[in-house]
Ligand binder design. Structure first.
Ligand code: TRP
Ligand code: ZN
Length: 847
C-alpha cells in the first residue's frame, strides 16, 4: 500500500453541501437495474469547501441534470465532479447497475433469487452517485418498481401499486443505513405497543420454507424493544419494523433504519436445527441491531474513525441485555473468553490498533474485535468509574444532546464530563492508544496493614512506541485464609505507572481477589502458587474470579505440561469439587470444566518469551483432558443423568445450562469409554444441541464416520445445518488429518465457496484449529493462502477477515515463520488483490 491510499482522522472536513432531500427510483432487473436519483443540495455554511464530489463505483451513468438542464460531469477515480451553482439546486441522474454480477455482497446484489443491499460502510456508492459519508444525513423517499411480490425499503410504506411500492423514512440518515429488499418472501408477523402507546407492525421476512424458524427471532425482537424502553428509556420511532433473512451475507447483521438485514444463520432457529449457542447468539444479535436504532441511527458517527462510538456502545448494551435475560455471571465469563481469544490476540500482534484508529486504508478492515469488544470494555470501565446512577444520567444527556447528530468520541466523553464533573482527559487514552496493558501485582502484610502495589506496562504497538499510564478501575475484594470474605468488592482507581493501595486493621494476611468481574481489559500478572489459585477457585465469592482462578491454574498446568510436567493435583481436585457442587449453576460448572484453548496457551508462552510448539501444546491438551476424565470418572455418569432435560426443548438459560454441563460430561467420558456413551447420546438426541455435541464427541475419538453420514443424510436440505456438518469435521479432526479433511470438503458437491457461511465453515474452522493450521510442514498455511487468493476477486471483505488466521505467525519457530511468510508473500504478490486483503497482508507481514 502506498501512503496516498491512507485516510487520516486529522484530515476531516465537513462536506461542502447539505443534502435536504433524496428521492430514489429503482427499476429492478437482475443484470440491468436502473436507479434514478433526485437530490436537493444547498451550500453548507459550515464548510469552506465547494468541491462537488459524489462517490460512485462500478456505476454506468446514463445522464445527469442540474436544475433540469443536462450536465456532463467529470468521471474521476471513485466518483464524479461537477460544476454547480452557489445556491440551492437539484441534482438528478440515472445509473445502471448489475445486481446479479455483484459477488462482493456490497451495494445491491442478489441472494437466492432476491434483491438485497448492504451499504455499511461504503456500499451506497455502488448504487448511485452520492456523498457517501456518515456525516451527510438526509430524508429518503424510495420508489421500487419490479415484479417481485415483496418490495421493502426504510421507513414507513406510503403507497403500493401494481408491481411497485413507495417508502418514506422521515428520520434523516446517512447513506450507509439505506436498504432495499425485493423478493418472493414470506412474513412471520408480530405486534408491539410502545411505552407511549403507539402500535408498531413487526415482520420477519424469510424465503418460502423457512417460516418455521421465525418464532424465536420475533420474540427476541419484542424483548429487545421492551428492554430498551425499560433500561434506557428509548422508544421505537416508526410504524413498522422489518427484519429480512438472507443466505449470502458478509457479516452477522445490519441495522438499516426500520429494515434490518440478517445473515440467515443469526436469525433463523428451530430446536431441531439450532444449538443453544445459536439461540443465545440470535437473541443477542437481534437485540444488537435493534439497539442500533438509537445508538447508531438516531445518533450516528461523524466519520468512520468514530466507529466504536456506535459499535462499542451497542455491544455494551447487548451484553447488558443478555446478562439481564440469561444471567450476568455466565455472560461475563463468555464475554471475557471472546475478548481474550480475539481482541487480546489482535492487540498482541501486527494488527493492533486503538478502539478509535487515526488512519486506515480500507475501513472494512476496522470492523474488528478491538472496535467492537474492546469498545464495549471501555464503556464498562467508564460505568465502573462513575457508578450506575451517573452512567444513566450521562446516557440520558447523550441522547438528549446528540439526537440527530453525527457525533464523535470527544462528544461522548464530554457528556460524561458534564454529567459527572469528572476530567476524562487521561481516560481518553483507552480510545486513542493501542495495546493491552499488563498489570503486575505485588503484596505486603505488615502490622495489620495489607498493601497491594500495581505496576502497569503496555508494550509498543505498530506506530505507537511510547505508552503513557491509563486510568484502570481495579475491582478488589479480600478473603480470610479460612475462606470468608473480609472486604467486599471495591474499585481502586489506578492512574500512575506504579501505585499502592493499603487496607488497614486486618488480623491475618488476606488472600486478594483482584480484577473482579474483569473490571478492566488488562492482563493480570501475578505470581501466585497453584495452592492459592485452587483456594480462590474454591472460595471466591466473585463468580468471574472464581472461574478465572481455575482457568489460570489450568493454563499454568498446560504450560508446565508442554515442558514435561504433569497435571496439577490441586486443579484436578478443584475441578472435582466444582463438578460435584450442586449449589453451583450448571452453566457455570460447564465453563469451569472447560480448558483454555491451545491458542491461549501459545499466547501465554509467547508473552513469556518462550516459542510455542503447537504439537506439544496439542499433546498437553490431550493428556490433561485424559487426566481430568479419569480423575472425575465417577462424576460423569452422574452428571449425565442429573443434567438430562427430558420433555419439550426450551432455549431458556436454565435448561441450556444443563445441556452445556451434560455436553461437557459426555466429552470427558468419551475420552475414557471410546465413544460408547456418545453413540447412545447421538441415537437418542432430541434436538440439535444434543445431536451436535454427541457428534463432536464421536469425531474427537475418531468414531464419527457412521454418525457423520447419517447426519448428512438427515440434513442435506438444510443449508444452515450443513454449515455445521462442514465445520465440525475440521474442528474435531486431529492435527494430522485436519488439513486433508478440509481439502476433501472443498471437493464436496455442496461446497459452495462463494457463500460466506460455507467458506467460513471450512476455513474458519481450519484457522482456529491451532495444531492443524500451524502444522510443521506448512500445509495449513498453504491451503488457506490458496483459497484466499481464489476467493479474493469475488469477495475481498471475506478474504481480508479470514487472513487474520495468519496474525500470530511471528510467535512460532523459524521454520514455521518462513512457511507462513512465504504463504503471505504469495498472497501479496497476487495481481489485482482487493484493497481489503492487500492492506491486511501488508500489515500482517509488517515493516
Ligand atoms: N453495523 C453492523 C453491526 O455491527 C455490522 C456491519 C458492518 C456489517 N459492515 C457490514 C454487516 C457489512 C454486514 C456487512 O451490526
Ligand atoms: Zn453493530
Amino acid at each position: 500500500m502506498t501512503v496516498q491510499d491512507t485516510i487520516y482522522l486529522s484530515d476531516y472536513t465537513a462536506f461542502g453541501f447539505i443534502v435536504e432531500d433524496v428521492h430514489l427510483t429503482f427499476k429492478l432487473a437482475a443484470n440491468a437495474t436502473r436507479v434514478v436519483s433526485r437530490i436537493q443540495f444547498t451550500p453548507n455554511p459550515d464548510s469552506p469547501s465547494r468541491d462537488f464530489f459524489l462517490h460512485g463505483e462500478d456505476l454506468n451513468l446514463k445522464w445527469a441534470k442540474i436544475d433540469g438542464a443536462d450536465v456532463t460531469p467529470d468521471l474521476v477515480a471513485g466518483g464524479l465532479r461537477c460544476a454547480v451553482p452557489d445556491v440551492a439546486f437539484t441534482w438528478e441522474c440515472e445509473v445502471e447497475i448489475d445486481p446479479e454480477g455483484n459477488t462482493s455482497l456490497e451495494g445491491l446484489y442478489m441472494s437466492g433469487g432476491m434483491y438485497c443491499t448492504q451499504c455499511e460502510a461504503e456500499g451506497f456508492r455502488h448504487i448511485t452517485y452520492y456523498p457517501d459519508r456518515p456525516d451527510v444525513m438526509s430524508v429518503f423517499t424510495v420508489r421500487i418498481e419490479g415484479d417481485m411480490p415483496v418490495l421493502l425499503s426504510n421507513g414507513n410504506p406510503t403507497t403500493s401499486g401494481e408491481a411497485s411500492a413507495e417508502w418514506h423514512d422521515p428520520w434523516p440518515k446517512p447513506a450507509y443505513l439505506f436498504a432495499l429488499v425485493a423478493g418472493d418472501l414470506r412474513n412471520y408477523p408480530g405486534q408491539f405497543k410502545t411505552m407511549s402507546g403507539r402500535d408498531v407492525e413487526l415482520n420477519l421476512w424469510v424465503r418460502p420454507g423457512d417460516e418455521g424458524k421465525c418464532a424465536f427471532g420475533m420474540e427476541a425482537l419484542k424483548k429487545s424493544m421492551t428492554w430498551d424502553e425499560e433500561v434506557y428509556g428509548r422508544e421505537y420511532d416508526l410504524d413498522i419494523f422489518n427484519i429480512v433473512a438472507v443466505d449470502d451475507f458478509n457479516m452477522g447483521a445490519m441495522e438499516n433504519k426500520g429494515l434490518n438485514i440478517f445473515n440467515s444463520a443469526v436469525v433463523l432457529a428451530s430446536p431441531e436445527t439450532s444449538t443453544d449457542g445459536n439461540f443465545e447468539r440470535i437473541e443477542a444479535i437481534v437485540a444488537h441491531e435493534y439497539f442500533h436504532n438509537w445508538t447508531g441511527n438516531r445518533i450516528t458517527c461523524r466519520d468512520w474513525f468514530q466507529l466504536c462510538l456506535k459499535e462499542g456502545l451497542t455491544v455494551f448494551r447487548d451484553q447488558q441485555f443478555t446478562g439481564d435475560m440469561r444471567g450476568h455471571a455466565v455472560k461475563r465469563i463468555n464475554d471475557v473468553l471472546t475478548l481474550r481469544g480475539r481482541q487480546f490476540r489482535e492487540d498482541a500482534g501486527p494488527l493492533s490498533h486503538p478502539p478509535r484508529p487515526d488512519h486506515f486504508v480500507e475501513i472494512n478492515n476496522f470492523y474488528t474485535s478491538t472496535v467492537y469488544e474492546k469498545g464495549a470494555e471501555v464503556i464498562n470501565m467508564l460505568k465502573h468509574l462513575v457508578g450506575d446512577v451517573d452512567y444513566k444520567q450521562a446516557l440520558d444527556l447523550y441522547f438528549d444532546r446528540h439526537d440527530g447528530d453525527a457525533a464523535t468520541i470527544e462528544d461522548w466523553l464530554k457528556v460524561f464530563e458534564d454529567a459527572t464533573g469528572r476530567d476524562l482527559a487521561q481516560f481518553k487514552r483507552w480510545y486513542t492508544d493501542a495495546g493491552t496493558p499488563h498489570l503486575k501485582v505485588a503484596d505486603r502484610f505488615e502490622n495489620g496493614t495489607y498493601t497491594l502495589t500495581f505496576t502497569q506496562t503496555t508494550a509498543p504497538t505498530p506506530g505507537q512506541d511510547d505508552k503513557k499510564p491509563r486510568v484502570i478501575p481495579i475491582a478488589v475484594g479480600l478473603l480470610n485464609p479460612n475462606g470468608d470474605e473480609i472486604l467486599p468488592t471495591q474499585i481502586l482507581e489506578m492512574t500512575q505507572d506504579t501505585q499502592s493501595f493499603s487496607f488497614e486493621g486486618l488480623s491475618a494476611k488476606p488472600v486478594p481477589s483482584i480484577l473482579r468481574e474483569f473490571s478492566a481489559p488488562v492482563v493480570l500478572e501475578r505470581e501466585t502458587s497453584p495452592k492459592e489459585q485452587a483456594f480462590l477457585l474454591a472460595h471466591d465469592t466473585d463468580p468471574f474470579n472464581k472461574w478465572d482462578a481455575g482457568r489460570a491454574l489450568a493454563r499454568e498446568t498446560l504450560i508446565n505440561m508442554t515442558q514435561g510436567g504433569t497435571a496439577d493435583q490441586g486443579l484436578l481436585d478443584g475441578l472435582l469439587a466444582v463438578a460435584r457442587d450442586n449449589g453451583l449453576d450448571p452453566a457455570f460448572r460447564a465453563l469451569a470444566l472447560g480448558l483454555p484453548g491451545q491458542d491461549d496457551v501459545a499466547s501465554a508462552l509467547s508473552a513469556r518469551g518462550i516459542t510455542p510448539d503447537p504439537d506439544k501444546i496439542w499433546r498437553a491438551h490431550q493428556t490433561l483432558k485424559q487426566a481430568i476424565a479419569q480423575h472425575l470418572q465417577d462424576v460423569w455418569p452422574r452428571l449425565l443423568s442429573e443434567m438430562a432435560t427430558p420433555g419439550p426443548y426450551s432455549p431458556e438459560a436454565e435448561p441450556a445450562g444443563k445441556r452445556a454441563l451434560h455436553g461437557v460430561a459426555l466429552a470427558y467420558l468419551s475420552q475414557i469409554d471410546g465413544g460408547a456413551a456418545a453413540n447412545d447420546a447421538y441415537a437418542s438426541a432430541g434436538n440439535m444441541t444434543e445431536q451436535l455435541s454427541a457428534l463432536a464427541c464421536l469425531l474427537s475419538v475418531e468414531k464419527g464416520e457412521t454418525a457423520l453420514a447419517a447426519f448428512r443424510e438427515q440434513w442435506k436440505e438444510d443449508r444452515l445445518v450443513m454449515d455445521k456438518w462442514f465445520g465440525l469435521q475440521v474442528s474435531f479432526a486431529s492435527p494430522e488429518t485436519c488439513v486433508e479433511i478440509a481439502v476433501n470438503l472443498t471437493h464436496d458437491a455442496d461446497f459452495n465457496w462463494k457463500n460466506p457461511n460455507r467458506f467460513r465453515a471450512v476455513f474458519g474452522a481450519l484457522m482456529m484449529h491451532h495444531a492443524g493450521f500451524h502444522r510443521a510442514d506448512g500445509a495449513g498455511y498453504d491451503l488457506l493462502a490458496d483459497w484466499l487468493i481464489k476467493l479474493d476477486p469475488f469477495n475481498g471483505q471475506i478474504t481480508a477477515r479470514m487472513s487474520t488466521g495468519f496474525e500470530t505467525w511471528k510467535r512460532y519457530d523459524a521454520d514455521r515463520q518462513a512457511k507462513a511468510q512465504a504463504a503471505l508473500k504469495r498472497i501479496n504478490e497476487t495481481a489485482d488483490l482487493s484493497r481489503n486483503l492487500g492492506e491486511m497482508v501488508t500489515r500482517i507481514l509488517g515493516a
